[in-house]
Write a protein of this length. Structure first.
Length: 201
């Protein structure tokens, strides 16, 4: 099973400001009882976005000018808190294809990389600059480029950084560990043949 090579992501952005955006805020615990991750579409930041009666709180995600955004602009320590893998799953399944933030919680970063959701970092000043540009002109088309490690739009280029190993995995289409194993069945069988077998006395 061939995986997509993720090199560039283009689209509108939506600012989700604030530090320490924890996974319980990204997806409330009551949504974790889903049978498949496909059921998580539209649940990201649910309690941040809606009141108990379902009325809107006016979150940027729901602002008409940010409709169809595919890139989140976030703050420091994005994805902190519990290790629930549902958090990046709900983000991806809600149409987001990349997250640019000041920094990420380690487990969230790993869970995101493993499903092909690039999480890239920029300086606080540069993230704020991207948020300002997006707020002033929501139709700005941004480009996350993992090859040049830049976030760009007309007239602006912002340096990005991320660890080299997940960056290479995304660009080479090797970001899903299960798919990697399935694609290497012969190698797995060769290794298994060399392992000692348990014996019963």
């Amino acid at each position: 099973m061939a995986l997509a090579k993720i090199i560039t992501i283009t689209g509108k952005a939506v600012p989700v400001p604030g530090a320490d955006m924890d996974t319980d805020r990204i997806i409330p615990a009551r949504f974790l009882k889903c049978i498949t991750f496909d059921e998580l579409a539209g649940t990201m930041f649910y309690d941040e976005r809606f009141n108990a009666d379902g009325s809107s709180k006016g979150h940027p995600i729901d602002a008409p000018q940010h409709k169809g955004a595919s890139i989140i602009l976030g703050g420091e320590n994005f994805g902190c808190g519990s290790s629930r893998e549902h958090a990046p799953q709900c983000i991806k399944r809600s149409g987001i294809r990349a997250v640019v933030a000041v920094s990420f919680a380690e487990i969230f970063f790993g869970n995101s990389s493993g499903i092909g959701l690039p999480c890239v970092c920029a300086s606080p000043e540069d993230v704020q600059r991207a948020m300002d540009i997006t707020t002033q002109n929501p139709d700005t088309e941004w480009r996350v480029d993992l090859e040049t490690m830049t976030l760009g739009c007309p007239g602006t280029s912002i340096p990005l950084h991320m660890p080299e190993e997940p960056r290479a995995a995304l660009m080479q289409g090797r970001w899903d560990a299960v798919a990697e194993l399935m694609n290497a069945q012969e190698a797995v069988e060769r290794l298994a043949a060399t392992l000692p077998r348990a014996t019963c006395n």
